[in-house]
Design a protein. Structure first.
Length: 191
């Protein structure tokens, strides 16, 4: 009888310790390279008054949240900000400013889960709000130059993501296509 009680107690403690390590929430921050907004910015700069000017693009910088409905599936959202400034080569004044704000619901599939390492894929789809502003010099140089704001469909398909570190605090890298970029890296906290 003692053996059975000890075995039940050990089984309960093991189950409690496993449940204590299955985190339901994930919050992350990231920076992406070669994103969809970067491609959009290259196209708009090429056909605008800023053509031939020096451009500086940054982002996307973003945050993400996932709620793990099971050990394999997480539901959440991704928000990102990116921007671009173009400077006139002759006057060295800013011609064009672009900003891109993206919000996308997301689903994440954890297909390898280890104590200090994991691999996953993710799919996100939503909207990008793009704003293009031309300064007065650019408008004077090109009569077609104007301020515009557009809303377009945006996505991110992460083919392969890898996370590494502690059980709660991890770094991650992702390869995919869309607004988080072809390559993306960041930090994630699980609780």
């Amino acid at each position: 009888m003692k053996k059975i009680l000890v075995m039940v107690a050990v089984a309960m403690m093991t189950a409690l310790s496993v449940n204590a390590q299955s985190f339901k929430h994930e919050v992350g921050v990231f920076y992406g390279f070669e994103s969809a907004s970067n491609v959009f910015s290259l196209v708009t700069s090429a056909i605008s008054a800023a053509a031939g000017d020096q451009s500086s693009f940054w982002g996307p910088v973003g945050v993400e949240y996932y709620y793990n409905v099971s050990p394999v599936v997480g539901l959440g959202a991704v928000a990102a900000y990116a921007g671009c400034k173009a400077e006139d080569d002759k006057t060295h004044k800013e011609d064009l400013t672009e900003s891109f704000i993206t919000v996308m619901p997301s689903v994440k599939f954890n297909w390898l889960r280890k104590k200090n390492f994991g691999m996953y894929s993710a799919l996100s789809a939503g909207a990008m709000f793009a704003s293009v502003k031309c300064n007065d010099n650019a408008k004077a140089a090109d009569p077609n130059a104007k301020d515009e704001t557009v809303t377009v469909f945006m996505f991110q398909a992460t083919a392969l993501g890898a996370e590494f570190g502690g059980e709660q605090f991890r770094g991650f890298v992702e390869a995919g296509v869309g607004e988080k970029g072809v390559l993306c890296a960041g930090l994630r906290y699980k609780f």
